[in-house]
Ligand binder design. Structure first.
Ligand SMILES: NC(=O)c1ccc[n+]([C@@H]2O[C@H](COP(=O)([O-])OP(=O)(O)OC[C@H]3O[C@@H](n4cnc5c(N)ncnc54)[C@H](OP(=O)(O)O)[C@@H]3O)[C@@H](O)[C@H]2O)c1
Length: 200
């Protein structure tokens, strides 16, 4: 295994480091995220720019970088990590949720577009996962359907090739169906507000 430490907010640097490696990448998983939590009014421009860089620019340009040789070889896999938060507006997580929506829509489009070229693209939209970031969030409480990171990873890998979307866990599948298919946008945002509105 080769490990490369890099700042994903600096994609040009990441690309240089990748170019220095002589490896074939068969599966690209973009998992990192920057999540400015709390009222938009109190979020700095720097935090917003970092969230856009890490959650939008990096997965977009690295998907371009890694998909190019995959398309040439006619095979490869790409998994982008999104979130149930990206299914509707999420007060006090508005920027993070919007960046996750970008990943969902990007992966859905590429799933269809790149399948004839031999690539499997998948977006993973989990609910709460017991990760360091989740546990350290000031107002985090164990939400219904919370999963381990291992369970989410296993379900995402199992779903690769059966995209475009995987929602790990039964509770989260039901939640996504309700929020995105049954409820009005206003109602869905209202429910999110009950969960995220107090985040600081
Ligand atoms: N946890 C949840 O409840 C939950 C729910 C839905 C979706 N997700 C998604 O699942 C994925 C993982 O979330 P998580 O909870 O594991 O997040 P996390 O605990 O906050 O960890 C974020 C990871 O991203 C890395 N990262 C952030 N900015 C970076 C940068 N500029 N350069 C390089 N690495 C950077 C962090 O590295 P360092 O540790 O070195 O800073 C860390 O490994 C994310 O895409 C998130 O949106 C999580």
């Amino acid at each position: 295994m080769i490990t490369v430490a890099a700042d994903l907010a600096d994609v040009d640097d990441v690309k240089k480091r990748v170019a220095a490696l002589d490896v074939h990448i068969g599966l690209f998983v973009y998992d990192a995220a920057s999540a400015p939590i709390g009222p938009f009014a109190e979020t700095t421009e720097a935090q917003l720019a970092t969230a856009a860089a890490v959650n939008v620019v990096a997965p977009l340009l690295l998907t371009k970088l890694f998909s190019t040789p995959m398309i040439q070889r006619g095979s490869g896999g790409i998994i982008l990590m999104s979130s149930l938060a990206g299914g509707q507006g999420s007060p006090n997580l508005a920027t993070y949720a919007a960046t996750k929506a970008f990943n969902t829509i990007l992966a859905e489009g590429l799933w269809k577009e790149l399948a004839p070229l031999g690539l499997d693209v998948l977006v993973c939209t989990p609910g709460a996962i017991l990760t360091p970031g989740y546990e350290q969030a000031e107002s985090a409480r164990r939400a219904p359907g919370t999963l381990s990171a291992a369970a989410v990873a296993e379900q995402a890998l199992e779903a690769l090739g059966n995209g475009p979307v995987v929602v790990p866990g039964v509770v989260n599948k039901m939640g996504r169906f309700m929020m995105t298919r049954l409820l009005s946008r206003r109602a869905a945002i209202g429910i999110m507000a009950k969960n995220t509105g107090g985040l600081s």
